[in-house]
Write a protein that binds this ligand. Sequence first.
Ligand code: ADP
Ligand code: MG
Length: 499
Amino acid sequence: MGKVAVAFASAAVVAACSVAAVMVRRRVKSRRKWRTVVEIVKEFEEGCDAPVGRLRHVVDAMAVEMHAGLASEGGSKLKMLLTYVHDLPNGTEKGTYYALHLGGTYFRILRVHLGGERSYLDVQDVERHPIPSHLMNSTSEVLFNFLAFSLERFIQKEGNESNSQGVKRELAFTFSFPVKHTCISSGVLIKWTKGFEISEMVGKDIAECLQGALNRRGLDIHVAALVNDTVGALSLGYYHDPDTVVAVVFGTGSNACYLERTDAIIKCQGLLTTSGSMVVNMEWGNFWSSHLPRTAYDIDLDAESSNPNDMGFEKMIAGLYLGDIVRRVILRMSQESDIFGPSSSVFSQPYVLRTNSVSAMHEDDTPELQEVARILKDLGVSDVPLKVRKLMVKICDVVTRRAGRLAAAGIAGILKKIGRDGGGGITSGRSRGEMQMQRRTVVGVEGGLYMKYTMFREYMEEALVEILGEEVSQYVVVKAMEDGSSIGSALLVASSLQS
Ligand code: ADP
Ligand code: MG
């Protein structure tokens, strides 16, 4: 071989070697990045771990905080608000009633007709619309004018059939935010949650605001009750089944209420009701315990929210937030690697990933995870490899499993407080040593997260059995109630006007 040929051959070998070296380096780098993202997910999963032992601590903390919130005003992060609802609808109610419901994402209007027997509950004309986002930080006048206008349109559509005698229409205002009541039909807003920010409304009487707006439009409608959504759900549950003593909402936000004995409401000594009990609105979204498995992502979500240091439990279990926890983990993965490609900046946008998308990804049963790919594409992120898509499903699973399990612990905490958990309850108002016979207990549940996200529901129900044990669980019935908040509030107006 000539010198020139040798030089060419060795140059070719050198070139081949350096190409191979680049490829090896790339492969090593890509493997290292993959290990990094897997590590991020693993660490997140460990941080969210909620084994039954930990859940039991949460159960105990919930029961203790409930007790503290009932003992004194400001005694706990749980406000344990009085609702002045002591008689729940029993099925004998008659007439036509309306409900207007302001939730966290939707507002709904409906009419119910009651025939005096349980079987004669006719729910008519349910309207459900997303709340226009500009209203969430507008003014009280703009918000209530909008609600009055929507109600007017609803009533115009019904013609004269429903109100042929021209009698005043009786309305329940179902309001899914914390209110300090003075009676069933009035109360002032304590604070906004779920991203609403109309600060001048805090401290105002909510029923009066709506009544004023209805009067200004010349509508002959009477706001007969101001009802927390959970209390509406409890009312519908009780109407169908008097063993219903607890109601929980898992929608945009989360909250619970239950029927408490008046003598256990220590902060309101001398409170007398005919039934000896009153519905207490727990405002459990604000529950906190050091036993809750909190991660750095939860801390950041809270710090960057419109209500930092507030509603810690809600931020781990409710629909508004689950998508954003998932987004934060994905964002970290994209910052530490390039597995999502150049369009990954979309993940820096708060709340860009909704919980509806989380459930769609989580429940994607196509072998190639096409639904996950579609959702990512809709966000502008294409060509994400299958193994990365699988990791995303894993993140959705971790977030939702934790949410479902914590939700179950919350419910078990209430059952413990009222002595329906198979133990003796905690001692409030109940004589020590008094053994509780296990009674059938129905927990009414509603809200978009619970109704539409099967995996959330399954994780919650599975954990409830784990916490309570097979035997006690047989006595605890979890019942789904679609539109329970609104329908139940209308029933509550009927029963409160008839009692
Ligand atoms: P609101 O909170 O306004 O009363 P809903 O009870 O219907 O309304 O809850 C709506 C919330 O439920 C949505 O904001 C979303 O977080 C959650 N949600 C709705 N549909 C789904 C779904 N398919 N999967 C998961 N979460 C859902
Ligand atoms: Mg709701």
